[in-house]
Design a protein around this ligand. Structure first.
Ligand SMILES: C[S@@+](CC[C@H](N)C(=O)[O-])C[C@H]1O[C@@H](n2cnc3c(N)ncnc32)[C@H](O)[C@@H]1O
Length: 245
């Protein structure tokens, strides 16, 4: 299955810089970006279902948006990222949320996870596969350390994201639903659910003041609620399970 690549991808090097890590949340999740943060967190909560006391690994956890949220809900969670500066932001966030003692942040490479097979109930990766050249490799590693579930998102080709990505100096790897279904098949995972959302790419919302972003989002949701809208959605949230038995 050919995997279309559009633009140049911000790889792991990009996130090693202090200024990139320090401005990461402010650039993406303030103003209209708050809508994105809320939607992504809801997608993670919906996919994971029961959270309390579950052993969860988040790879490419960055500044710990999800790690902290899941710790607040009682998960036994570990966040792993290759970038020291991003993890530093994550530790500060966890401290402000007073959950620093109930989670662990670890520096490491998601391609070679420092854990035995079946170590976690669930493994999560958000906003990671669009910077990954070989998502199948990472997915196989996520599956290896999970007992039950693997949750992730992808940015879609055949969507408005494709135009947006072309217009940016640094782009993303975009994938189709068929690509993801092949990865799941190849890594022995079963699709449990998928949600397609956001006709208008994330980047637009984070530039917009709150009232405009909210207004566009209402339109966006109306269109993405249709069959055609879903097919043109720029983001998909995937929930996969290990086969039983
Ligand atoms: C776009 S950020 C996403 C951060 C977080 N998941 C979120 O949604 O806010 C991508 C993250 O992937 C991390 N990353 C890139 N390559 C990695 C690798 N090979 N192993 C672990 N983390 C990696 C980067 O350091 C960065 O923190």
């Amino acid at each position: 299955m050919p995997r279309p690549r559009v633009g140049n991808v911000k790889g792991e090097q990009w996130y090693q810089a202090d200024d990139v890590a320090e401005s990461y949340d402010e650039k993406r999740f303030s103003r209209g970006g708050q809508l994105i943060d809320r939607r992504e967190k809801q997608a993670v909560l919906d996919a994971l279902g029961h959270i309390e006391k579950r052993e969860i690994l988040e790879i490419a956890c960055g500044t710990g948006r999800f790690t902290t949220m899941l710790a607040e809900r009682g998960a036994d969670i570990t966040g792993l990222d290759v970038s020291g500066p991003m993890l530093r932001q994550g530790r500060e966030r966890a401290q402000s949320a007073t959950v620093a003692d109930s989670l662990e942040f670890l520096r490491g490479d998601a391609e070679r996870l420092p854990f035995p097979d079946n170590r976690f109930d669930a493994v999560l990766a958000m906003r990671f596969f669009h910077i990954a050249d070989t998502p199948e490799t990472f997915l196989a590693e996520m599956r290896r350390v999970s007992r039950e579930q693997v949750v992730f998102d992808t940015f879609n080709n055949y969507s408005m994201r494709m135009l947006y990505t072309w217009a940016l100096p640094m782009g993303s790897s975009l994938y189709s639903g068929d690509d993801v279904r092949w990865w799941l098949h190849d890594t022995g995972l079963e699709l449990d659910g998928v949600e397609h959302d956001w006709l208008v790419p994330y980047g637009f919302f984070r530039q917009a003041p709150n009232p405009i972003a909210a207004w566009i989002r209402r339109l966006d949701q109306a269109v993405v609620g249709t069959d055609l809208g879903r097919r043109l959605a720029s983001v998909s949230y995937w929930n996969a399970r290990l086969p039983e038995g």
